[in-house]
Design a binder for this molecule. Structure first.
Ligand SMILES: Cc1cc2nc3c(=O)[nH]c(=O)nc-3n(C[C@H](O)[C@H](O)[C@H](O)COP(=O)(O)OP(=O)(O)OC[C@H]3O[C@@H](n4cnc5c(N)ncnc54)[C@H](O)[C@@H]3O)c2cc1C
Length: 378
């Protein structure tokens, strides 16, 4: 008889693990609590305009196996993602006009600013390697105080709802950079894509051969039933949610305040870029997102979303300098596994409480599928 695998969640991780385990000959069921697949990466439409209710999602990877997999499922439209950021040189002066610069900051653009002499002095006295345990110290050691204040300080405080000294330096290298090589794209990965209709079609293609049950929330209370129905379970849900102890883990969420505007010109967009960072404390949102820049949709309207931080949703794990939340997640994983008498695997962004991108979620799914297959075939 075919071995049976239950998978909790139909985002990238659940979808890819489901597909690979189905292809490996297992009887797989993916259970999803909402009425749609795709998780956080999912796009929606408003009056026909594709937009992203969970924030901008650009697919980028240097992982050849991940690339080959998504390519085979139709993710082929090349897209070079460039971000702009609006900075104000006098933070408290309402008459000061914002300036649009590249993100990450480019030295050649910074040289045009009146604050360049100060920035140049600060850059000349940086340590040879960035250092510091918390986010602020680390980033100041990378770019100096003036650039930190202009580009990072208020953005970080808005995004995380706490001062940057309370945050871990661990994710700074991934998020913050000062460029002097002229490379304007946000990412340096070998492959970058944005599908014309959003990512849904790709994830739906991955799931096309997999049994999916929608509108089904699974929690630790279902452990006995899962133990009867399956030989192993893969959990991609947030563990505090799954264990029914909300508040046990700290999360930071966003709310995309999205509004539709009709346009006479089908190519018209209203903001300067797909993603425009708004680091100033003058506005409560952290960035604006206008997905039409990326899709290239020709349609008589557009949707602009203001990304409001602080919503009570599980979007970002909060990686504090002391690592307490990650330890709590590991404890929850152990507690949950203790409720099952079948093997339980945790994978993906939510269940492993990691700040990972779509390609990393796919790689995670590939790894967990391999582990499950090896364990159950042995
Ligand atoms: C604001 C934001 C911006 C991002 N931008 C990018 C980007 O530009 N590029 C990039 O590559 N990545 C980006 N990411 C990361 C990307 O969203 C994730 O890496 C990816 O979605 C992770 O997939 P996943 O399947 O692990 O989790 P999810 O997509 O969260 O999927 C989990 C699924 O499980 C379901 N579920 C949860 N609990 C249960 C339960 N108890 N029972 C049943 N089902 C359940 C959920 O409904 C969901 O469908 C961004 C993330 C966020 C939050």
């Amino acid at each position: 008889m075919r071995r049976r695998i239950g998978i909790v969640g139909a985002g990238w991780t659940g979808a890819v693990a489901g597909r690979l385990l189905t292809e490996a000959g297992f009887a797989v069921e993916v259970m999803e609590k909402t009425s749609v697949v795709g998780g956080h990466s999912r796009a929606e439409t408003m009056n026909g305009v594709v937009y992203e209710p969970n924030g901008a999602h650009i697919f980028h990877t240097s992982n050849a196996a991940v690339h080959q997999f998504v390519n085979a499922h139709g993710l082929t439209r090349v897209y070079d993602h460039k971000v702009l950021t609006e900075i104000f040189l006098s933070p408290d002066d309402g008459d000061d006009e914002g300036r649009l610069l590249s993100w990450p900051p480019q030295v050649d653009e910074l040289k045009e600013l009146p604050v360049w002499p100060t920035v140049e002095r600060e850059l000349a006295s940086l340590p040879p390697e960035p250092a510091g345990d918390n986010f602020e110290d680390y980033v100041v050691s990378m770019m100096g105080r003036t650039l930190y204040d202009l580009f990072i300080r208020d953005y970080t405080a808005k995004q995380w709802g706490r001062p940057a000294v309370d945050l871990s330096a661990r994710f700074a290298p991934k998020r913050v950079e000062l460029r002097d090589d002229g490379h304007r794209g946000l990412f340096r990965d070998r492959w970058q894509y944005f599908p014309p209709n959003g990512i849904n079609e790709v994830i739906e293609s991955v799931l096309s051969t997999v049994a999916v049950t929608l509108d089904t929330e699974i929690t630790v209370d279902d452990a006995d039933r899962l133990g009867q129905d399956y030989d192993a379970v893969v959990i991609t849900a947030a563990l505090d949610d799954f264990a029914r102890c909300p508040g046990e883990l700290e999360w930071r969420g966003i709310e995309m305040r999205s509004s539709y505007t009709p346009t006479d010109d089908p190519a018209r967009v209203l903001t300067p870029a797909y993603v425009t960072n708004r680091p100033s404390a003058r506005v409560p949102y952290t960035r604006t997102v206008e997905t039409k820049h990326a899709t290239g949709q020709q349609i008589g309207g557009t949707v602009v979303s203001e990304e409001m931080p602080g919503a009570p949703r599980r979007h970002y794990p909060v990686l504090t300098a002391d690592g307490a939340n990650e330890r709590r997640n590991a404890e929850l994983a152990q507690t949950i596994a203790g409720h099952f008498d079948i093997p339980v695997y945790f994978a993906g962004r939510l269940a492993t409480y990691r700040y990972i991108n779509q390609d990393e979620a796919i790689a995670d799914a590939m790894a967990v599928a391999e582990r499950v297959a090896a364990d159950l075939s042995g």
